[in-house]
Design a protein around this ligand. Structure first.
Ligand SMILES: NC(=O)C1=CN([C@@H]2O[C@H](COP(=O)(O)OP(=O)(O)OC[C@H]3O[C@@H](n4cnc5c(N)ncnc54)[C@H](O)[C@@H]3O)[C@@H](O)[C@H]2O)C=CC1
Ligand SMILES: O=C(O)C(=O)COP(=O)(O)O
Length: 524
């Protein structure tokens, strides 16, 4: 008998597909309910409230699948689940419309003081002059994060006659044009917007993306919305800018800690809030519950699941053979995603040598998982890699070549954007390990691991010495250094490895050297 624990409020009608599952018991209780025998649970269904920590997973030795009835999996320790062989699935698009609509409702409420006016009338007041609002029409809306929800917001904003600027480093020009929005840098968006709304996942890159430094660049009277995840707008910095009168108004559906308790922002009249209601509609809840229930049922019936974010879809045998190439493919993708500074619309992989005997599509998917790492909330793996690329408008190509550039095997990946193309080649050498052997036109040879710095420079006497000197003066130890050039005195590159990542100031110190063309940290 499978025991399925539904730990958060998940739509009962949506769970009906599970009722057709023979030998299954559905238990609707919190994970800390004393009546729940965690050690017997096979499937765990949650929303955002239950924190699926490693400690919780340690108490659930039979757990095989975690289903998130919603998008964000930041409440689930996915690496810990993966390590334990637990499949994690979510419902990526079931609540997109509801969240976009809620954001829009918040924006309209904020600009027209609806919550404040509502309370006032309920208190038997009639203060028409106290609630003069601002039109949305003609205003510039800045959208940070142009994925499923951001795109739906943009569509609605345009119908309201708003101008839309978006910042999403992973948005291609083609997709921006298709959506009819203007792509801009974060600084341009900050400086030009009347209203800013964030729709990224919470990642190390997006945490505090709107902080004091960013708020300083916004227009006085700026309106800010966060209906994505608490922390994308830094709450302490925001409170400071509301207190000093710079911010015109704030709408929050999410908080760094939920519920927020006695929060400094709650005392301001121009801060309106909802208790994480973005996905709380009948439709969205039915959608997400049905999606995950169908998936859990498929899983227990031994059928493939389609919205898994961590399922290795290969047998152990094949997995072992493929493992070394799997890792280098992933690293190549991750290097490309950090080196290409514009939206990518094409990723083409060429396999040559002994690797062509293997199932290369797994490797292409591994490369994509490395490419998408840290860009989207969902852990992209071999199960969802191609779908994710397709959703993002990225064409993925695979070719076999006879030229392995003198190596036993070679995996070459070219990423193409509007303005540039960047190629990385890697190989796996038995008893030696993975090596990157070509980077953006230069032959080189380095281990794709740790904190790297890729420097493009002119091949002049003393450059390497100067770099060493500048870093040495700051007490920074260079662990390894590899160099490559096309011809004497021309363009050259170096790849350095460090024990820890360099700070912004340390990177800037190197930029002062005349011979240096560009500096790019790569963290693997
Ligand atoms: N309030 C609520 O109830 C809900 C909140 N959410 C939150 O909204 C988030 C977005 O959801 P979707 O649009 O479905 O996800 P998505 O994955 O389709 O879109 C996220 C977008 O953010 C972009 N992005 C990633 N890093 C970025 C960066 N550093 N700067 C700018 N853009 C960046 C990605 O390229 C992507 O286009 C979810 O991760 C979730 O946390 C989602 C549903 C309901
Ligand atoms: O889907 C998401 O990411 C959400 O934030 C919705 O959260 P909820 O399921 O309403 O707790």
């Amino acid at each position: 008998m499978y025991q399925i624990l539904v730990a958060d409020a998940i739509n009962a009608e949506g769970l009906e597909p599970l009722l057709g599952l023979e030998e299954a018991e559905i238990i609707e209780k919190k994970t800390d309910d004393p009546e729940v025998r965690l050690e017997d649970i096979d499937a765990l269904l949650v929303r955002s409230a239950t924190k699926v920590t490693e400690a919780l997973l340690n108490q659930m030795p039979r757990l095989k699948i975690i289903a998130r009835a919603g998008v964000g999996v930041d409440n689930i320790d996915v690496p810990a689940a993966t390590k334990k062989g637990i499949i994690v699935i979510n419902a990526p698009d079931g609540n997109t419309i509801s969240t976009a609509e809620h954001t829009f409702a918040m924006m309209a409420s904020l600009m027209r003081n609806i919550p404040q006016a509502h309370s006032s009338v309920k208190n038997l007041e009639w203060k028409r002059n106290a609630f003069i609002g601002t039109e949305l029409y003609g205003k510039r809306l800045g959208i940070v994060g142009m994925g499923r929800i951001g795109s739906e917001i943009a569509k609605r904003a345009k119908v309201f006659g708003m101008n839309v600027n978006v910042f999403d480093p992973f948005l291609t020009k083609e997709r921006a044009a298709k959506l009819g929005v203007e792509s801009s840098t974060l600084d341009e968006l900050l400086g030009g917007a009347d209203i800013i709304t964030v729709h990224t996942p919470l990642t190390p890159e997006t945490k505090g993306i709107i902080n004091e430094e960013a708020l300083k660049k916004t227009k006085k009277g700026i309106y800010l919305l966060n209906c994505a995840r608490g922390g994308i707008i830094d709450e302490q910095d925001l409170a400071k800018y509301v207190a000093n009168g710079h911010v015109g108004g704030v709408a929050l559906d999410v908080f760094e800690a939920e519920p927020p308790g006695e929060h400094p922002l709650l005392k301001y009249d121009n801060v309106i809030v909802t208790p994480h209601l973005g996905a709380s509609t009948k439709e969205a809840q039915l959608n997400v519950a049905t999606q995950v229930a169908k998936e859990v049922r498929s899983f227990f019936e031994g059928k493939p699941v389609s919205s898994s974010i961590n399922l290795p879809a290969i047998s152990n045998d094949v997995y072992e053979k493929i493992q070394p190439f799997y890792q280098i493919s992933k690293q190549i993708g991750h290097i490309l995603s950090q080196c290409v500074k514009e939206g990518v619309h094409e990723l083409s992989v060429t396999y040559s040598g002994s690797v062509t005997d293997l199932e290369t599509t797994y490797l292409t998917k591994a490369m994509l998982s490395g490419f998408f790492k840290n860009r989207i909330d969902v852990n992209v793996n071999e199960v969802n890699a191609l779908l994710t690329a397709k959703e993002r408008g990225i064409t993925v190509g695979e070719k076999i070549s006879t030229d392995a550039f003198g190596y036993d095997n070679c995996i070459a990946v070219t990423a193409k954007g509007e303005e540039s193309a960047f190629t990385v080649r890697g190989t796996f050498i038995d008893h030696y390990g993975p090596r990157i052997v070509y980077l953006n036109g230069f032959n080189i040879d380095f281990l794709p691991e740790g904190n790297l710095l890729y420097i493009q420079h002119m091949d002049r006497p003393g450059v390497i010495g100067h770099v060493g000197q500048i870093l040495g003066d700051q007490g920074i130890n260079i662990a390894t250094m590899q160099v490559g050039r096309k011809k004497a005195g021309g363009e050259a590159i170096m790849v350095l490895a460090f024990d820890k990542p360099l700070s912004e100031a340390e990177l800037t110190s190197l930029e002062k050297l005349d011979e240096i063309v560009s500096i790019n940290p790569i963290i693997l």
